[in-house]
Ligand binder design. Sequence first.
Ligand code: GLN
Length: 495
Amino acid sequence: MTKLTHLTIAKALKGLKNKDFTAKELTEAHISAIETSRSLNAFITETPDIALKQAEESDKRRASGTTGLLDGIPIAVKDLFCTKGVQTTAGSHILEGFIPTYESTVTANLFDNGAVMLGKTNLDEFAMGSSNTTSYFGNVINPWKNQNKPEADLVPGGSSGGSSSAVAARLALGATGTDTGGSIRQPAAFTGTVGIKPTYGRCSRWGTVAFSSSLDQAGAFARTVEDTALMLQAMAGHDPKDSTSAQKDVPDWSAALNDDIKGLKIGIPKEYRLDGMPEDIEKLWQQGMEWLKESGAEIVDVSLPHTKYALPAYYIIAPAEASSNLARYDGVRYGLRVEGEDLQGMYENTRAEGFGDEVKRRIMIGTYALSAGYYDAYYIKAQKVRRLIAEDFTKAYEQCDALLTPTAPSAAFAIGEKEDDPIKMYLNDVFTVPASLAGLPGMSVPAGLDHDGLPLGLQIIGKAWDEQTVLNIGKTIEKSAQFAAMPQMVVQKAA
Ligand code: GLN
């Protein structure tokens, strides 16, 4: 039988139903996998006791015949979602020791569907980053190795790097993530996992530590397209506690999932052909187009003319909102407090010690962009550009049903690379940020390996609320690509 940690969510659900194993056994297998993979630093907090208790309850529910969509499935939760009674840090020293008295809506939905929480995964501090190297709790390591430079530890992508690393290393069957500018799709691409960010408003943001409120959106990692559909279905839904959560029913994406994409028009945005893009990525993109054509789709060239302004606009809007959202961490209400001579001194000391460099950089950029005299020149301008970018997509969708692009302009890089220059790091998000600014659903599907033996992803961007088409195209790519490679450490452990 397949090792329990190597199952997909769909197969694990079948196994549980057939009584091949119990949720407790499935959970124990994952707990021990986590214990033997601590070198990846994927988790900030492990919650084995909670997991075992939830698993036992799940087994009881199954015996009595009342199960939820993910009953008994062990998952990991990005440490940006508040979990009642369990430390929630957002990867920051300033929230170290913060134990929420409430549950985020997304995790509450998952638990209502029977999911089992293995622990809270590491992330870039306040989800700011593309490499999981800004966490106060240390770097996360990608289980994949560059076969031509096997001595270097690679980044798992960011900011949801703990989640992507955990799913790739077979420490969890699925994981939650959040995506503000690419933090689900890029780490999915870097770790050979599937990652989906739904339409803005699909998942409630209530109880999720805010980075940039008009962009933040929860989503899921798993190892198959079907599994991400199941995860997302269990997470999503309208929530009266979040005014930006949409009053839309959650479709049964997993039941409707199919690879019949005949007649669909797939747009290829010409602005995504970057100079100097690695040849492997260029080739894989071309291959992706071939696969979709063979499946009956039509490939059309489209233009998203404002693409080049997406990153500059994002790096005004996201820091501006972050500077405002992070004003609440003052040493009074949450986590860390560093005393000072007076109240002002306490604020200053707490924030000086509590925030890391990247977070401070963004607070400064954001505060500047919002300050009197600069607000119109930067923030308002960026919002106008954002509108133009959203309109580009609307126009492109007059010609096509979805877009196909690479997920990221490179494969996973070594820890420490690109650290000298924040702009280099920001460039990781060139292909993911535009869809975020437009609030559109996007997904990364592993589609091949590069010449270093590292996974590469293809991104599908859909129309608002049309996750089904995104998933179906993802399923088609998955079927064509037959991506079965596993990180070397997983192969070794299984042997
Ligand atoms: N890497 C981007 C940033 O640093 C996106 C992060 C995210 O999506 N949370 O802002």
